[in-house]
Design a protein around this ligand. Structure first.
Ligand code: IVH
Length: 668
């Protein structure tokens, strides 16, 4: 391929991918499969790697992230980002309507929109390209989160058509879809990490993450609802938003024009009922005067526009009886107290259980069995108990005593210094922990024994055949055949699957062991850093902290794991069975100590390697990656178009600046 051909191909692929993104994320009408999309994207990324001179800042490849922002720049808003006045009742809304009627003599209409419960964002476009994305901040100035926002697929990096203003700002709300929120929390629960409180906090937290690759992995989305600029195409808000949709923006299909306040009230009543069917959270409705001219006449107060207001839904709250409290034990031994309630209808579903979170919350609420409790469904998915109606408390109730022993195995519970939850420490003897650990051990990203499902694990454990993960490797076909629903063929497959798993590389075996807080990525980092399990088992907290991205909590938890004799015993048995507890020759060949004690900052675009490849190479050769240049940085690995700030700082601090070629020479 000649240079010109590559350039042309990159342009065609970018156009195609932009079009497919628009169809998928904005119109929700995809015309190709996810697989075909990924193939096109891969082709583009490969070409851009080969010809970095043609990589544009708004290429669809930028959606996958890669940049790290250590500190978000504070930027002043061109137009202040105001908030909205709130109303909570029909009466307050009618007062608003009266004020509007006083303010404008002629006829007017309203536009009603959903009030998305996320994080406000202001996007600036120049000549059809996204140039900046700023959070609300204090309304006067916000944080520049452009790099992270670029990973959100429904936000166009360059616009469609040619009819957009030369420069304008569009505002909207970035949110986390409920499904994504649930799946992240499920994973966090499995890892024993603290859960994200609600989708709004999750979106806000994600937007401020330093590593845009992680942001890209969390599927944030965005609705746009307000266009600002000197030369907007239409006279009304509604028409402007419809036009913005043709430029590629995602505008809610639930926006509606309303002739008067009664129509507005109908819209509100409808969505108060239907909101639980949406795939995202809303906390009310926003009502806006449609005409731009009338908006101008009405103007602004110091804090908010006079031409718009929000109506907030009442948090849905019901009262019911707390019948009992039960305690669940998770895979990592964390105890979750659960309230069993007299069934009650809340937000469209029957609620029988609610989370009580931990001992402190039970203590604070002084909630007792038999109490009438208030249950609320706020931003959280699982309803929670927010208070007790003490006036209804019966005479002889008892203060709730938190359990001191594990409900499953009777082991005394422990609670770490700064931890909210109690834990059952009987990792290797507590049934739900063992079964949960085994399910994790055989899962796809771990040992990948897909012939062994949750049900069979239950059977194996209950029949006493398998008491821990090491026992799996002692199983023989004859042991399995007497089990219910176990045919000859499934038994053969199961044994074969277990045997095959012995080829799984060390990093995945380490992940499969299921140490608290050690997910797939951390396991990989540890495996490449220590190279074998013996070195890892000997490491103390200080040594573990030397590994990139491992903090105090994880380090302490790893040390504690390997102090437990039972864990060592299991590892020894697995070793004897032939599982891989060290990096393979091939994996080792790709590693060295050449960069030991050296710290790198990567900036810019490279021609031979992607930034991820470079990061991996640094780690595999014993070095450490950090996001920003400081006095401790050994090298700034500089590519094309690198950030001028980083360069300046490196020069000022005397940090050595090296090219991709210098780096390749360093690692030989
Ligand atoms: S319009 C000047 N429309 O609610 C008017 N805001 O409490 C600008 N919000 O800061 C706001 N959905 O973050 C508008 N359809 C919608 C909205 C919306 C959610 C948020 C926005 C704003 C806050 C005000």
């Amino acid at each position: 391929m000649t240079k010109d051909q590559a350039k042309a191909k990159i342009e065609i692929l970018s156009k195609q991918l932009d079009e497919h993104n628009y169809r998928y994320y904005v119109l929700a009408q995809p015309t190709i499969s996810d697989y075909d999309f990924d193939m096109l994207l891969e082709e583009l990324i490969k070409l851009e790697k080969e010809y970095p001179e043609f990589l544009k800042p708004d290429s669809p490849s930028q959606r996958v992230g890669g940049q790290v922002t250590k500190e978000f720049k504070t930027v002043k808003h061109k137009y202040p980002m105001m908030s909205l006045g709130n109303t909570y009742s029909e009466e307050e809304l009618r007062d608003f309507d009266d004020r509007i009627k006083k303010g404008i003599a002629e006829k007017f209409e309203y536009v009603c929109e959903l009030k998305f419960d996320g994080v406000a964002i202001g996007l600036t476009y120049k000549d059809g390209h996204l140039v900046q994305a700023i959070t609300r901040g204090d309304g006067e100035q916000g944080d520049d989160v452009t790099t992270n926002v670029k990973t959100i697929r429904s936000i166009p990096l360059s616009l469609r058509g040619t009819h957009y203003p030369k420069e304008f700002e569009i505002r909207g709300e970035i949110y986390m879809p409920l499904k994504e929120f649930e799946s992240i929390n499920k994973e966090r629960e499995e890892l024993g990490d603290a859960l994200l409180a609600n989708p709004r906090n999750a979106a806000a937290g994600t937007l401020k993450m330093q590593d845009s690759t992680v942001v890209a992995g969390r599927k944030l989305d965005c609705f746009l609802y307000y266009l600002l600029g000197e030369k907007l195409p239409h006279q009304s808000h509604y028409e402007n938003l419809l036009e913005a949709k043709t430029w590629g923006f995602r505008v809610s299909e639930h926006m509606a024009r309303c002739a008067d306040i009664d129509a507005v009230l109908k819209y509100i009543a409808h969505w108060d009922n239907e909101r639980h069917k949406l795939e995202f959270d809303i906390d009310g409705v926003v009502i806006k005067v449609n005409s731009q001219e009338q908006q101008r006449v009405l103007g602004f107060t110091a804090k908010s526009p006079r031409w718009a207001i929000s109506y907030k839904f009442k948090a849905e709250r019901v009262s019911t009886i707390l019948e009992s409290i039960s305690y669940q034990v998770g895979r990592t031994g964390a105890i979750t107290p659960v309230a069993n309630l007299k069934p009650v209808l809340l937000a469209g579903t029957t609620v029988k259980r609610a989370s009580l979170h931990n001992a402190d919350i039970i203590e604070k609420l002084d909630v007792r069995v038999g109490d009438t409790v208030y249950v609320e469904k706020g931003g959280e998915i699982i309803p929670k108990i927010i208070g007790v109606d003490v006036s209804k408390r019966a005479a002889h109730t008892h203060k709730t005593k938190y359990i001191t022993k594990c409900p499953e195995c009777d082991t005394p519970l422990i609670r770490g210094e700064e931890e909210a939850n109690h834990y059952c420490p009987n990792e290797n003897g507590c049934p739900p922990q063992i079964k949960g650990k085994m399910e994790h051990f055989v899962s796809r990203k771990a040992m990948n024994i897909d012939s062994l499902g949750g049900e069979t694990i239950g059977q194996l454990f209950d029949s006493g055949l398998v008491k821990n993960i090491a026992d799996l490797y002692d199983l023989k076909k004859e042991d399995l055949l007497p089990l219910e629903r176990m045919a000859e063929k499934s038994a053969t497959n199961l044994i074969a699957g277990i045997e095959e798993s012995k080829q799984v590389p060390f990093n995945r075996v380490l992940y499969a062991l299921g140490l608290r807080h050690v997910g797939e990525t951390t396991a990989k980092k540890l495996a490449y850093y220590f190279k074998n399990i013996d070195a890892l088992m000997k490491a103390n907290v200080e040594q573990l902290l030397e590994v990139g991205d491992i903090g105090e909590v994880i380090a302490k938890s790893i040390v504690a794991h390997f102090r437990d004799k039972k864990n060592i015993e299991i590892i020894e048995r697995l070793k004897n069975k032939g599982l891989k507890f060290e990096l393979s020759e091939e994996q080792l060949a790709a590693t060295s100590d050449k960069l030991k004690d050296l710290t790198f900052v990567i900036s810019g675009v490279f021609s031979k390697f992607s930034r991820d490849d470079l990061k991996k190479l640094i780690e595999q050769n014993g070095g450490k990656n950090v996001g920003s240049v400081s006095g401790k940085t050994s090298y700034l690995l500089a590519g094309e178009n690198m950030g001028p700030e980083k360069l300046k700082k490196a020069e000022k601090l005397g940090v050595k600046i090296i090219s991709e070629n210098d780096f390749v020479k360093m690692i030989g």
